[in-house]
Ligand binder design. Structure first.
Ligand code: ARG
Ligand code: ZN
Length: 395
């Protein structure tokens, strides 16, 4: 029969031989691995999510013993994620319940600072490989001064994780809302938000390839494009769990901070390290609340404290939103991932450093319908707020 759309399959390898087949398959037939991030993390008895272009679906499924079709009609889901964009993408009514193009996000940044001149500022921290601006929003409460402590949130390190920038926008909105807790937060801490750390990649997912992960930089001895920005920071850089081969999704780049995007973030945080007390990096998908280390199996010096913080956050999410989040140190909870921004920030002295993986756990994966944005954002915001309030109380 005719296969009319790209599909996503869920596959579990049972034996080492099946693992090999799956690893091979995930680097051929123009497939894109959704989970885990790299073929080398594929293990027996763990679920693999694989995106397959329509003209290869038959080939690939013929090679597999068993599989489950996770997504039958990715075309329709992609259409759903970009719909409403023709009429009036910038209309405010349902703005935070939709995904937005890079241009609209830049427009939104602009509107946020013009609408809130004394509480929102924009800071240009650098530019991307293709020379797009990297804007950080600085949001302050009423009692702002230069020595005030701050927190940092970045979104969109990985291009295809669209829920992440959507969360950053949603979170900023809430900071100007009625929420009492948040007002209390803002009076104590300034908030720095980088809504899209990887604008070139994000743009590319809107125009050319929805499944793109890395940035869009070129490399001297390869035709393959892009560096994984979350492997490009200086934390056990390019050791096990990253790749020095530019064609891979977890390519670490030519040297630590070789990419303008990661360098801009590192420079900004280095120059604000005395005030920034909390670091959050927002990814998707798989529903996890992670803390250092991801670059080794070593325990962080305040491991127990960080564990207690994410455990409480996960419990609150379960209680209020009936949703399950795993939590723990990155390396032990998912896989070794050296060169991550959270580990780098932690090693530099930001003791409260986290990476969140938002919804879902694979039902839609990166193609999470826009109707889920609000709930996914509320869950993550509950964790950010809860952890931050606890940290403030300690001081
Ligand atoms: N899934 C993300 C990645 O592969 C995050 C992995 C955890 N790494 C980290 N440094 N927190 O980049
Ligand atoms: Zn990611």
């Amino acid at each position: 029969h005719l296969i009319y759309s790209d599909q996503v399959l869920s596959i579990i390898a049972k034996t080492p031989a099946e693992v090999d087949i799956l690893r091979n398959m995930s680097t051929q037939h123009e497939t894109v691995l959704w989970q885990p991030a790299s073929a080398r993390h594929i293990k027996p008895d763990t679920e693999v999510h694989l995106y397959i272009p329509k003209h290869h679906v038959q080939n690939v499924t013929d090679l597999l013993k068993t599989h489950l079709v996770l997504l039958q009609d990715t075309q329709e889901l992609i259409a759903m994620q970009t719909r409403n964009h023709t009429s009036d993408p910038r209309s405010s009514e349902t703005f935070y319940e939709r995904y937005h193009s890079l241009e609209d996000i830049y427009y939104w940044i602009n509107r946020t600072i013009t609408d809130n001149p004394d509480r929102a500022k924009v800071i240009l921290i650098g530019s991307s490989y293709e020379k797009r601006p990297l804007y950080v929003l600085k949001l302050s409460g009423r009692k702002s001064n230069d020595a005030k402590k701050a927190m940092w949130i970045d979104c969109g390190i990985h291009a295809r994780e669209w829920i992440s920038p959507a969360f950053c926008l949603w979170f900023c909105l809430k900071y100007y809302g009625e929420n009492v807790e948040v007002t209390q937060l803002l009076d104590t801490l300034d908030l720095y938000v980088l809504p899209v750390m990887n604008p070139d990649g994000y743009k590319y997912t809107w125009t050319t390839n929805r499944m793109w992960r890395k940035n869009r930089s070129k490399h001297p001895h390869s035709d393959c494009i892009g560096t994984d920005l979350n492997r490009n920071f200086d934390a056990n850089w390019c050791t096990e769990g990253a790749s020095d081969y530019p064609c891979e999704e977890i390519y670490c780049g030519q040297f630590p901070e070789s990419e303008p995007e990661s360098r801009a973030v590192a420079n900004f945080l280095r120059s604000h390290k005395d005030t920034v007390k909390l670091y959050f990096s927002i990814h998707s998908y798989s529903q996890m609340l992670l803390f250092p280390y991801s670059c080794s199996y070593e325990q962080a010096q305040n491991h127990d404290e960080l564990l207690a913080l994410v455990q409480e956050a996960a419990q609150n999410i379960r209680r209020y939103y009936r949703n399950q989040y795993k939590y723990g140190a990155g390396a032990k909870t998912i896989y070794l991932a050296p060169g991550g921004s959270d580990d780098w920030a932690y090693k530099m002295g930001i003791e409260y450093s986290f990476t969140f993986e938002l919804q879902d756990r694979g039902t839609y994966g990166f193609l999470l319908p826009p109707s889920y944005i609000t709930k996914a954002s509320k869950e993550a915001a509950l964790a950010v707020k809860g952890i931050t309030l606890r940290v403030i109380q300690k001081k």
